[in-house]
Design a protein around this ligand. Structure first.
Ligand SMILES: [Zn+2]
Length: 184
């Protein structure tokens, strides 16, 4: 049995942004909880979240999300995104370079539970990554999953993944989706 690995590539200095190692750990913990539930009944027996990978760590079915300080630091905009989401963006990068997901720390500024909101935004983008931004969509539009919570277009820190979010992600999680590693 395999482990699903989720990698978060932080593209800013945490100390300068008030985002300490303990904050990153809290974000990772929320994401781990979600993906452990997603993995139940799939080919994965567990899920683990790691920070700041090197390319060779990323397996065929693994996930990668860039964490950037703000949309002004977007990687997606330099890779063909025509618009950016308020909390993050996921696009297929042209010429088979993989699917790129990114989330914006600035979208969580001032929130009473910043780390949970940031985790929800990352999970939202990773749902796009495995479900509707990939070649051969599994779901037409993640935002329209009936009963969805963190999959909706407006994501808050008060949300937790719903059963519908978990079940939807199970449908796509086992598929191999090449991740955009050009930003590592
Ligand atoms: Zn979305």
């Amino acid at each position: 049995m395999a482990t699903l690995n989720i990698f978060i590539a932080q593209r800013f200095d945490g100390a300068a942004q008030g985002f300490a190692d303990a904050d990153a750990a809290a974000v990772s913990s929320h994401i781990t909880d979600f993906f452990k539930k997603v993995c139940e009944g799939t080919g994965f027996n567990s899920a683990s979240v790691f920070r700041n990978p090197v390319v060779t760590q990323i397996g065929a079915s693994d996930l990668l999300c860039y964490l950037v300080s703000s949309p002004e630091r977007s990687i997606a905009i330099s890779k063909g995104a025509t618009s950016l989401g308020p909390g993050g963006t996921t696009i297929p990068v042209a010429s088979g370079s993989g699917v790129l997901s990114e989330a914006y720390l600035s979208a969580c500024a001032g929130d009473s539970n910043r780390n949970k909101l940031l985790a929800n935004l990352i999970m939202h983008e990773l749902m796009h990554n495995k479900l509707d931004a990939r070649p051969g969509k599994v779901i037409v539009d993640v935002h329209k999953i009936p009963g969805g919570a963190i999959s909706k277009d407006v994501v808050t820190s008060g949300m937790s993944p719903s059963d519908a979010d978990i079940k939807a992600m199970r449908r796509g999680v086992s598929g191999a989706v090449a991740q955009y590693t050009g930003g590592l």
